[in-house]
Design a binder for this molecule. Structure first.
Ligand SMILES: Cc1cc2nc3c(=O)[nH]c(=O)nc-3n(C[C@H](O)[C@H](O)[C@H](O)COP(=O)(O)OP(=O)(O)OC[C@H]3O[C@@H](n4cnc5c(N)ncnc54)[C@H](O)[C@@H]3O)c2cc1C
Length: 291
């Protein structure tokens, strides 16, 4: 496409998906922190820009034991959420939102759904969603599909979403009794992540862990009944074995090469596990940790 794209800001999903099916190379616009620079550099030249601003897709809700995040929810909205009952899931999401680099501009404009749809291996969100055992909803003209976060990213910058589908929302179990750890390793305060690790630990030490940034697709690991006092060296060895067994494809970009990322991923993962296991659930302390 060489001309000026058509712009539309539909007020609902049905209208949005109908417009998408009529376009040849549509682009969904959420916060625009990635899409707008791409269009400015002319590396992306869609025939339709479908702006989600009026589609009522932003906001965070807690119902029963489920956290729901609208696709167009900004990091700022996540941080401003004061809902009770969000459990470890909301706490770790807020930790991630707080740590997004780029300052207030990116936190005010960038969205959780935009990051999930972008599927940059170096982003925080894809790995986080795997660690939360989240489910991603996409809507198309034929209805909606629910996709497990583990199956969402199919490769670097690739997802299970079809071009005429919109990511509309994300749900995750709140995990009210779990504790969490989130560790992000980066070169400098202003740089993007090199490796991230999200860990949720149940009261009896069952641990679900995801590693992001290091591989083309986030990696999900689980450890049953890990003792809180397991020496760090043994924990790293255990995690290194699990990562090697999964044989993920390392991710290389300008920040770090894949071999380096793969080598440090057990170290970062072990730190997240230690954070999650650090506090005694019977101590009366706030049961979640943050980095
Ligand atoms: C300076 C800077 C620092 C940053 N730091 C970090 C960081 O530390 N960690 C991190 O993880 N990220 C970081 N980011 C990336 C940021 O997280 C993402 O830019 C943001 O979350 C993307 O959301 P957006 O709404 O702006 O996406 P957009 O730019 O609107 O869209 C991104 C892509 O996803 C598609 N898309 C968006 N929404 C949907 C949808 N609902 N359905 C289907 N497709 C959709 C668009 O078409 C586009 O291809 C940074 C970005 C910048 C510019």
């Amino acid at each position: 496409m060489t001309g000026t794209p058509t712009y539309a800001a539909p007020t609902g999903i049905a209208e949005a998906t109908a417009l998408l099916t009529q376009a040849q190379d549509p682009a969904v616009l959420s916060g625009g922190t990635m899409l707008v620079p791409e269009m400015s550099h002319r590396t992306r030249r869609p025939d339709l820009v479908l702006d989600l601003r009026n589609a009522r897709l932003s906001g965070v809700r807690v119902e029963a034991d489920t956290l729901t995040i609208g696709a167009a929810t900004t990091y700022r909205q996540v941080l401003d959420t004061t809902l009770p009952g969000g459990g470890a899931a909301l706490a770790v999401l807020q930790t991630v939102a707080r740590g997004i680099t780029g300052g207030p501009q990116i936190r005010n404009r960038g969205t959780v759904g935009g990051s999930a749809a972008w599927a940059n291996p170096s982003s925080d969100v894809p790995g986080l969603l795997v660690g939360l055992d989240a489910t991603i909803r996409v809507d198309g003209a034929g209805g909606h599909r629910l996709i497990a976060a583990q199956d969402w990213v199919t490769g670097a910058f690739r997802t299970a979403r079809a071009p005429a589908e919109i990511l509309t929302g994300i749900t995750a179990p709140t995990r009210p009794r779990h504790r969490f750890g989130y560790v992000k390793f980066k070169l400098a305060e202003s740089s993007w992540p090199i490796v991230t690790a999200t860990c949720l630990a149940s009261p009896v030490g069952n641990v679900v862990l995801s590693v992001g940034g290091a591989f083309e697709r986030p990696l999900r690991l689980s450890l049953a009944g890990v003792p809180a006092d397991l020496p760090e060296r043994e924990l790293r060895t255990l995690l290194a074995e699990q990562i090697a067994a999964a044989d993920p494809t390392p991710w290389t970009d300008v920040l770090a090469d894949g071999a380096y990322r793969a080598r440090i991923s057990p170290v970062i993962a072990a730190r997240a596990v230690q954070q999650a296991l650090a506090k005694d659930p019977n101590s009366g302390e706030e049961p979640w940790t943050s980095n």
